[in-house]
Design a protein around this ligand. Structure first.
Ligand code: ZN
Length: 122
């Protein structure tokens, strides 16, 4: 991939990384706040714990995305960005444009979703 294009992706990924870290810090803070405002009655308590669970699952998704973004940035450093980690083919530029942290080409992604591809450790 051209260095110039790579720089654009790097910038986008770094922005996203910063944004996600920020959101996750805030979610953790909100969770603590929910703890502090101790519930007055059972109904409040139930709502409170639901809210915490919601915050937790939300930050879990973000953690996963952050891992993908981190991975993409390390592939930029390693010079393998834009290649499918499974088959090594180049990932469609439009796909990469839409989801820069994607690790698989569309064919492998489809296989992965159908459970036909083994999860790679890389
Ligand atoms: Zn592939």
């Amino acid at each position: 991939m051209e260095k110039r294009k790579l720089e654009v992706f790097k910038k986008r990924l770094e922005d996203r990384q910063r944004e996600l870290r920020h959101t996750m810090t805030r979610a953790a803070q909100d969770g603590r706040d929910a703890d502090l405002e101790s519930a007055q009655d059972i109904a409040d308590r139930a709502a409170n714990s639901y809210n915490k669970e919601f915050l937790f699952s939300q930050s879990n998704n973000e953690r996963q995305l952050l891992q993908m973004v981190d991975g993409a940035l390390s592939r930029i450093r390693g010079g393998t960005f834009g290649e499918c980690i499974s088959c090594g083919n180049e990932i469609n530029p439009k796909r990469l444009e839409a989801v820069p942290w994607t690790r698989h080409c569309i064919q492998c992604q489809e296989k992965l979703e159908k459970g036909l591809l083994e999860h790679s450790s890389t």
